[in-house]
Design a protein around this ligand. Structure first.
Ligand code: 3IO
Length: 341
C-alpha cells in the first residue's frame, strides 16, 4: 500500500468536511427522528400545542417516530419558518401567517375583521377553508394542522378608551391585525411575537394587539396594566412538514398524523380559549389589570373604520386569481353554522 503524503491526508480531511457540509440537514436526524421548530418561548400556546402533538404521535405510533422539539427559535426563527422547512433545515415548523401576509393571501382571509368569536371556531373554520381551497402557498409542504388565536385585543401601558387615546400610540401587531390597528389610527409597529417582550421592556412599543393569553405566558401583565376589548380579528397559524421527510414516513405513521389534523386544530383552539380566561383572571388578580369595554357609540366608530379592509382584500385576492368573494361568503357561512350548533 502506497504511503499517503501529508498533503494527501489534508486533502482527504478537507473533502470529508465538505461532503459532510453538503449533506442535507434532514439526514443528520437519523431514521425515525423528526425535528420540530417553533419560534416563541416554550410556555406560549404554539409550543404547548407542539408538545401535545409530539406526545400523541409518539404514543399512537408505538414509538416508531420520535419528535425532538425546538422552542424559542433555536432551530428556525419566526420569519424563516416556511422556507426553512421547505429546505429541510427542520422537518416540521410552526408558523404565524401574519409574519408573511403576502405569502398566505388565501388563508389570511381569516385575519380580516370577520368577528370570529373564539379560537375553537376560528381553528376549525381555518382548517375547512384550507382543505376546501388547497391554497398554492402550501403546495411545497405537507400541512399537519392549522389553528388560530382567540380574538386580539389591545394590551397597553396607558389606558385606551377612545380612538383619540389610540391615535399615534406605538403598538406592536402583524399581518391582518396590523392593518386593523392602522385603520384605527395607532402607530403600528410590525414584528413577530418573539421580539415583543424586549420591545416592550425597552419602550420601543407601548403595547401590543394580540390574543390575551400572552398577558400571563409572557408576563405582559407586569408591564401592560390596561386591556381594551375589541374582539375583531384573530391570527392564523399553520404547522408544516418538509415533503421529503413526509414521503419517507411509513404509511401507518402518515395515517396517525393525518388523523390528528382536525383533532389538533380543535384541541389547540379549545386550549387557547380556556387559557385566555385563566390568563385574564391571573392578570386582574395578580397585577390589577384594568379591562376596558368600549361604549356602544365608541365601538360603532371603531367598526366604521374597518369597512374598507375586506373590500381591499377582495380586490387584491381577485387580482391574484382567487375566488375572493366566494371565500369570504364561505368563511361567514361556516362561522354562522358553527354558532348555530
Ligand atoms: C402568538 C405568537 C406567539 C406566541 C404567542 C402568541 N399569542 C398570539 C400570537 C399571535 C401572533 O402570531 C402574534 O404575533 O401576535
Amino acid at each position: 500500500m502506497k504511503k499517503r503524503s501529508v498533503y494527501g491526508w489534508i486533502l482527504m480531511l478537507v473533502s470529508m468536511v465538505m461532503i459532510g457540509a453538503a449533506l442535507p440537514r434532514g439526514a443528520a436526524a437519523g431514521p425515525g427522528l423528526l425535528r420540530y421548530a417553533n419560534f416563541p418561548p416554550a410556555p406560549t400556546f404554539p409550543c404547548v400545542q407542539m408538545e401535545r402533538w409530539k406526545v400523541e404521535v409518539e404514543k399512537r405510533t408505538g414509538g416508531k417516530v420520535r419528535i425532538q422539539t425546538f422552542p424559542g427559535g433555536t432551530l428556525l426563527d419566526a420569519k424563516a419558518m416556511m422556507d426553512g422547512v421547505i429546505a429541510g433545515q427542520a422537518d416540521i415548523g410552526c408558523l404565524s401567517m401574519a409574519y408573511q401576509p403576502g405569502r398566505f393571501v388565501l388563508t389570511n382571509a381569516l385575519s380580516l375583521p370577520l368577528d370570529i368569536p373564539d379560537a375553537r371556531s376560528g381553528s376549525l373554520v381555518l382548517w375547512d377553508i384550507y382543505d376546501a381551497y388547497q391554497p398554492e402557498s402550501f403546495a411545497k409542504v405537507k400541512v399537519l394542522t392549522m389553528f388560530t388565536t382567540a380574538p386580539a385585543n389591545i394590551m397597553s401601558k396607558t389606558p385606551v378608551r377612545t380612538l383619540a387615546d389610540l391615535k399615534g400610540l406605538d403598538l406592536r401587531a402583524s399581518g391582518g391585525a396590523a392593518q386593523i390597528l392602522k385603520a384605527w389610527g395607532a402607530n403600528q409597529v410590525g414584528m413577530p411575537m418573539s421580539g415583543t417582550p424586549e420591545a416592550l421592556q425597552k419602550g420601543v412599543v407601548q403595547g401590543l394587539f394580540s390574543s390575551l393569553e400572552v398577558m400571563k405566558d409572557l408576563k405582559f401583565a407586569e408591564i401592560c396594566r390596561y386591556v381594551t376589548m375589541t374582539e375583531t380579528v384573530i391570527y392564523p397559524f399553520a404547522v408544516v412538514m418538509n415533503l421529503d421527510a413526509w414521503n419517507a414516513l411509513p404509511r401507518d405513521v402518515q395515517e396517525v398524523m393525518d388523523a390528528l389534523r382536525v383533532e389538533q386544530a380543535e384541541w389547540t383552539g379549545t386550549y387557547m380559549d380556556a387559557h385566555v380566561e385563566e390568563s385574564m383572571a391571573w392578570s386582574t388578580k395578580e397585577h390589577g389589570v384594568e379591562v376596558i369595554s368600549l361604549a356602544p357609540e365608541e365601538k360603532a366608530q371603531w367598526d366604521a373604520r374597518l369597512s374598507p379592509i375586506i373590500a381591499k382584500w377582495v380586490e387584491d385576492a381577485k387580482a391574484k386569481g382567487l375566488p375572493a368573494e366566494a371565500i369570504i361568503r364561505d368563511i361567514r357561512a361556516r362561522l354562522a353554522e358553527r354558532a348555530a350548533k
